[in-house]
Structure formats: C-alpha cells, structure tokens
Ligand binder design. Structure first.
Ligand code: GDP
Ligand code: MN
Length: 388
C-alpha cells in the first residue's frame, strides 16, 4: 500500500527525522493561510501517488502567500502527468505547503527489501546523485550507488551507517546527524512493516543540516492488519476503481490490457487460464480469482467488474466445482448474468461434481453462454469471440 508524501512525512517526524515545517491544503485559500503562518518562502507540492512531480509541473516555489495561493490554484484539480502515472495522469486533490529549503546538495537514501539476493535481507541504498530517479542512476552511473545489506536476524549496527556515509564523500562533521537518520529509517521500516522507504532528495542545507525534502513509504499489504492506523491512510481515489471494488467484494482482481475477461476460482487455475488464452493467440484482460466459494453474489460482482472494463470483448469462465457443485455454479452464473443483463459472449468451462447438470442448465438458459469441456477449447472459443 502506498501513502502520500505528507502522510509519510508525519511518520518520519514521529521518529525525529528533520523535515521542513508544513501542512496540507485542499483549497488555494488554505494554502495561502499556511504560507502566512509559515512566514517564509514556501514550496507548494502536488500530493499524488507518483514521483516525478517536479518535472511534470506539480511543484512550485512561492515567495509570498499570494504566490502560494496562485500556485495551489494552478496545481489543485490539475491532471498531473509524470513518467510514473502513465499518459492519463492523476488528478491532484491536495497540496503540501512547506517552508522552502535552501539546498546545498541533494542526496539519495532508501531502505528496501532486496529480492534479488539469495539471502533474505534489507538493503540500504545511498547516493550522491540525489533528486534523480534511482533507476536512472543505476543505469548510467551504478558506481554512485552504495548498498549496505542488513540481515533482519542481527538487525542494524552503527558500522553500517558509517559504511554508507563514507561512500558519500560529504563533510565528516555531518556523520552523527546522518547516522541518526539511518537508524530511524530502520526503526520505522521494522516497526511499521514497510517494504520501501525512500528519501529523495535528502538535502544538505546551506546551514549544513540534513532535511528530508521528499519521501515515499510503501507498506507490506500482508501486515496491514497489524497497523489499523496505517490502514486508515489509504487513499482509494489514487487506486484503480475496479481494483478497489474487487477488494471490497473479496475478489482478487488485477487489471491487464487484453480483450478476454477471465473469471476463475483459484489463483493457480487463473494463471493457467491466462496462459492458455495467450497460447490461443489472445490476451487476457485481467487476473480474477473469485475464490473457492464462487457464490452467486461474488460471481455477480465479478461480472460487474469485468463488464466495466471497456476493453473486454468476451468472457471466459473457468470453474472447478469441488465442494461447491457445478450445478450451483451454473445457477449462480445464470442468475448473475440475467441480473446485470450481460451483453458480452461468455464461454464457460466447468469441471467437477455434477458437471453434466451444470452444463445442461447453462445450455438451456436463453443467455449467451457457450459451454466448453476442455480448457484449451474454451480459450480458443473465447479468443475467437473476442474478435467477432
Ligand atoms: P518529485 O519530483 O515528485 O520527486 O518531488 P520532490 O519533492 O523530490 O521535488 C523535486 C525537486 O524539486 C527536488 O529535487 C528539488 O530540486 C526541488 N525542490 C523541492 N522542494 C524544494 C525546496 O524547498 N527548495 C528548493 N530550492 N528546491 C526544492
Ligand atoms: Mn523526489
């Protein structure tokens, strides 16, 4: 789960990481008030779940409260396009108004789970090339990235902060400040079950102190149940609306780019179904696992999700009826399809208990079901129908 910059900064503040003073606003008037109370030059920053806002025009410096008002007016409501949002961009609903920082140097610092290593460990990354995308630095000047692995079994030790620090070639007098930040990052990561914390840029100011100018935190979804306070920070307007609907319906759904909508019970079977659609020359529009239950209600929700994707031209249902018998599944499909007045062709492949009865029910209904016995045959049919 991702959160906004202003929310991430609140967490960093609790762990004494130095930050610029600031507050979030959802109107230009509020932005002006905040700028007045900060009584200094400010920076007005679009709050969206994507980086690259600076280049996209989502970050503006303002010398006066009136300029802060104007900056917020132009940013709020804009559709901000960055290299991370895709061409459709993201609508800005909030801005963070902060005291502007006098920057001497921009650094990069992050902590994440490194899945590319054989041992399970966390990795700190630091770089003198701050303010840029770390992927870019990794591609063009990898020698500028210092990596230090930390085993979760032994935890963080001060020598690891030293190793990062000496790779940055900055003023030695800054070490104790730097070390405190590194230590706090590790603490936040473990206590809050994060999967990534990034400070980019971590700035050295003209007064010679550190300030975390921009930060991003991603949390481990599987640990959210332990952190009700963090779960509350979720902003559903930032997420794909179909995926949100699926979460609420208890359906496991991931949107993809193809034309064949899939409804399957079980994650493994869903993957297989997607593979066979590819093999049949088509492209799956999604991954969708309705779960073992596949109740009429869930099936209806799943149909609604599939049909609200305009790219979907045909639906492939692949259900294995074990404890849940195929005749019950068939009735659920018929009920759901007639309730939502399904217009798309549906290929259904059932296997399992009472499969004959299930198929008969589907064939005798006057809805657009095509019954298939084998999975590959079903995939071929669905791909063909998606093109007609
Ligand atoms: P991002 O583009 O979404 O990563 O947003 P950032 O918050 O990282 O800002 C991008 C860039 O804007 C930074 O690397 C800085 O160069 C600049 N910037 C942001 N805040 C300030 C500030 O307070 N003062 C100055 N001088 N520059 C800033
Ligand atoms: Mn940044």
């Amino acid at each position: 789960m991702k959160i906004h910059e202003y929310q991430a900064k609140e967490i960093l503040r609790q762990f004494n990481i130095p930050l610029p003073d600031g507050k979030v606003a959802d109107t230009p008037e509020k932005a002006r008030e905040i700028a007045e109370s900060l009584n200094s030059k400010v920076v007005v920053k679009a709050q969206i779940h994507a980086g690259g806002r600076g280049k996209g025009g989502g970050i503006k410096l303002a010398n006066t409260p009136h300029e802060a008002y104007e900056a917020a007016k132009s940013i709020l409501g804009m559709r901000l396009v960055t290299h991370q949002t895709g061409p459709e961009g993201k609508i800005v609903r909030k801005v963070l108004v902060e005291k502007a920082t006098d920057i001497k140097q921009e650094l990069y610092l992050s902590l994440l789970v490194d899945r590319s290593r054989n041992k399970e460990c966390l990795v700190f990354m630091a770089s003198e090339a701050g303010g840029m995308d770390i992927e870019e630095v990794a591609a063009h000047s990898p020698h500028k990235i210092i990596k230090v692995a930390v085993s979760p079994a032994t935890g963080f030790s001060p020598f690891q902060a030293r190793k990062l620090f000496y790779g940055l070639f900055i003023d030695k007098a800054l070490f104790s400040q730097f070390s405190n930040i590194v230590k706090a990052l590790y603490q936040i990561f473990v206590e809050k079950d994060a999967s990534l914390i990034e400070i980019n840029p971590l700035v050295i100011t003209s007064e010679g102190t550190f300030v975390a100018l921009d930060t991003k935190i991603t949390f481990d979804d599987d640990a959210l149940y332990r952190h009700p306070d963090i779960k509350e920070l979720r902003d559903f307007t930032e997420e794909d609306p179909l995926e949100v609907e699926a979460v609420n319906a208890g359906v496991n759904y991931i949107k993809l780019d193809g034309e064949v909508g899939c409804m399957v019970n079980g994650a493994g079977l869903a993957m297989t179904t997607m593979d066979l659609i590819k093999l049949a020359g088509g492209n799956p529009a999604n991954f969708l696992d309705v779960g073992g239950g596949a109740s009429a209600e869930r099936v209806e929700k799943a149909f609604r999700i599939l049909t609200s994707d305009p790219k979907v031209k045909a639906i492939l249902v692949n259900i294995f009826g074990g404890i849940l018998r195929c005749d019950r599944v068939a009735n659920g499909l018929i009920e759901a399809a007639s309730k939502i007045e399904m217009k798309l062709p549906m290929v259904v492949r059932l296997q399992g208990t009472n499969v004959e009865e299930g198929r008969r029910l589907l064939q005798n209904s006057n809805l657009k079901f095509e019954v298939a016995e084998e999975l590959y045959e079903a995939a071929l049919k669905a791909v063909e129908l998606s093109r007609s």
